[in-house]
Write a protein that binds this ligand. Structure first.
Ligand SMILES: *[C@@H]1O[C@H](CO)[C@@H](O)[C@H](O)[C@H]1NC(C)=O
Ligand SMILES: *[C@@H]1O[C@H](CO)[C@@H](O)[C@H](O)[C@H]1NC(C)=O
Ligand SMILES: *[C@@H]1O[C@H](CO)[C@@H](O)[C@H](O)[C@H]1NC(C)=O
Ligand SMILES: *[C@@H]1O[C@H](CO)[C@@H](O)[C@H](O)[C@H]1NC(C)=O
Ligand SMILES: *[C@@H]1O[C@H](CO)[C@@H](O)[C@H](O)[C@H]1NC(C)=O
Ligand SMILES: *[C@@H]1O[C@H](CO)[C@@H](O)[C@H](O)[C@H]1NC(C)=O
Ligand SMILES: *[C@@H]1O[C@H](CO)[C@@H](O)[C@H](O)[C@H]1NC(C)=O
Length: 514
């Protein structure tokens, strides 16, 4: 979610000076419109000087999720001596950029790759305009499109609930297991209502409120409400029995704001994590035999891929139920591994991590695959080890910055197969929006200190500090699929340029029509 963070205001004035002086960058060839087949609705809610604050929000949000995975004692479990050594080494040998104000006067003259293309101007425009980039309805059966929230902040799918059915836009979250939407009488937690969203309640003739209380807290925001039942359908698959899920009677501003482009959540982790103590939607579909196996498969799209050479192309994001879509991935790269999470996440063992093809000696890590996190968050030592091999990277005391022109490739090796992260995905945002070839916030962040969230039972059994929270930074680069029945995760490299394949198909159809 892109939301305001009061903490971020501290740095705003510092970075704001430079950004204001340079003016807002030109959107270049992009006219601000995607084609009518991919309607965009946009909300201006990232201040155009605010990259530090925005980055901070995402790091905090992912860190809170991560702390829940690991349990409360995460700091104690780290080997403090190792961390302090690594960090003091870095601070001695690299430029002193520990104070935020220094970020303005960073020496960019020793950029190891000045010829690199830098942060995409279109990417910056997407980050500023915050559009929802709509996906096309996929041709694959039992599939729905994944709309992109702004600069790959999150992904949204449409589900039908109630009688008569209404469309609800749901944030797709493989890191939680609850389905919820706002109730017709929903109130904002501090003040007001729950914004311009679609709500559920008595206007649905099949709505049944059990009256049982329910609540959930995320990395950012929380909702309180009731357990209800109603008819649900997704991708044309209509559950016969009323499905049990949640309605929010009270929402924190992270969800109640009209600027939030979704009406609720679709949790696709396992029901162990359900705060509603209910089968997840995919379990219900499998239990009714609407899908043969409890499989959910994802092609997480990249906002930058919806533009090619300044021309809008399709958002090919897709969620498929009960199967994988073989057109989406390169079958010779497909691996299937056992889910190693004891608590209900989807967690794949990682054999090793490579930077630019060189193993960095981080063996036996594991990746919690979380579509609901924008970033990749890992223990400080691991994150340091990665960045030390990215030429030109700097540590600012808590956060890593890297040259926006980097062409370093970080890859995760899973079951012997290497899965590289596109170097564009390593760039969260430029520090200074006037310097797209300057420094960028790294999309790979160490966990920031957060207090243990109250009122959650997630992660009580504790995790390992070898677990990483692996969000969309990585997931945009692969096709992945989770299987409840076998408790396995499948990952493959994406098929080459599926969007071009789609537009070629359209051209062929056009030719046939002529
Ligand atoms: C590094 O920056 C900090 C904060 O501005 C300052 O206190 C410290 O003296 C600097 N160290 C060096 C070696 O320049
Ligand atoms: C990365 O950039 C360096 C320096 O410009 C260049 O020599 C190298 O070929 C690039 N590597 C890749 C994989 O693009
Ligand atoms: C739900 O969305 C679909 C696809 O955009 C549309 O065809 C349908 O009319 C919508 N249904 C309602 C009730 O708005
Ligand atoms: C909604 O329905 C419930 C149960 O049928 C009822 O108790 C409640 O008063 C209704 N609320 C409204 C606003 O009609
Ligand atoms: C609502 O749910 C309760 C408990 O499951 C059930 O007894 C009741 O018949 C349901 N009411 C309707 C209108 O479906
Ligand atoms: C699939 O991946 C393999 C291994 O990386 C590669 O050799 C092959 O060219 C790829 N096939 C396609 C169709 O992209
Ligand atoms: C990656 O490796 C290539 C080939 O060895 C080299 O030219 C390039 O500079 C390296 N890039 C980084 C970012 O280390």
């Amino acid at each position: 979610m892109a939301v305001f963070s009061p903490a971020g205001v501290l740095l705003l004035s510092v970075l704001g000076l430079a950004a204001c002086a340079l003016g807002r960058p030109n959107p270049l060839s992009w006219d601000g419109h995607w084609p009518t087949t991919s309607p965009v609705h946009s909300e201006h809610h990232v201040k155009d000087t605010d990259t530090s604050a925005t980055y901070h929000q995402h790091v905090q949000r992912a860190s809170r999720r991560y702390s829940r995975v690991l349990g409360s004692s995460v700091e104690k479990r780290f080997n403090q001596a190792v961390i302090e050594n690594a960090v003091s080494h870095l601070q001695e040998t690299q430029a002193n950029a520990s104070a935020p104000v220094n970020l303005l006067i960073l020496d960019e003259s020793n950029n190891p790759n000045p010829e690199g293309s830098g942060f995409s101007p279109i990417g910056l425009e997407i980050a500023l305009v915050q559009p929802v980039i709509r996906a096309e309805q996929p041709r694959q059966p039992n599939s729905i499109g994944l709309d992109i929230q702004a600069n790959d902040i999150g992904y949204i799918a449409t589900v039908q609930i109630g009688t008569p059915p209404k469309n609800f836009s749901l944030f797709v979250d493989s890191g939680s297991s609850d389905l919820w939407v706002g109730h017709e009488e929903c109130k904002g937690y501090d003040v007001g209502d729950c914004g311009a969203h679609t709500f559920l309640g008595n206007s649905s003739t099949t709505f049944n409120n059990t009256g049982d209380p329910w609540h959930i807290r995320y990395g950012a925001g929380f909702v309180l409400g009731k357990i209800v039942t109603d008819l649900v359908s997704i991708a044309g698959l209509q559950l016969k029995a009323p499905h049990k899920f949640g309605v929010a009677m009270e929402e924190s501003p992270e969800f109640a704001s009209s600027k939030v482009p979704y009406d609720g959540f679709l949790g696709t982790a396992k029901s162990h994590l359900s705060q509603q103590h209910a089968p997840t939607l995919i379990e219900a579909l499998r239990n009714e035999g609407l899908v043969k196996e409890g499989i959910v498969s994802y092609h997480i799209p990249r906002a930058l891929d919806t533009m090619k050479a300044g021309v809008p192309v399709k958002n090919v994001g897709e969620l498929t139920l009960g199967a994988m879509n073989p057109a989406k991935f390169n079958a010779s790269t497909l691996v299937t591994v056992r889910n190693v999470s004891p608590t209900g996440f989807w967690e794949a063992p990682v054999d090793e991590v490579r930077v630019n093809g060189t193993s960095i000696g981080l063996a036996r890590r594991s990746a919690i695959l979380d579509t609901g996190s924008t970033l990749l968050v890992a223990p400080k030592v691991d994150v340091s080890a990665i960045h030390m091999l990215i030429p030109g990277s700097l540590y600012t005391g808590t956060r890593w910055i890297i040259p926006c022109t980097t062409n370093a490739t970080i890859s995760l090796v899973i079951s012997g197969q290497e899965f590289p992260i596109d170097s564009r995905d390593l760039l969260f945002l430029p520090l200074n929006m006037g310097r797209l070839k300057g420094y960028c916030w790294s999309s790979i962040s160490e966990m920031q200190g957060v207090s243990k969230p109250k009122g959650t039972n997630i992660g009580k059994t504790g995790g390992k500090t070898t677990s990483w929270l692996v969000g969309d930074v990585f997931l945009k680069n692969v096709y992945f699929s989770t299987n409840l029945d076998r408790d396995t995760i499948s990952i493959a490299r994406l098929a080459e340029q599926p969007d071009l394949a789609a537009s070629e198909a359209t051209e062929l159809e056009d030719k046939a029509a002529n």
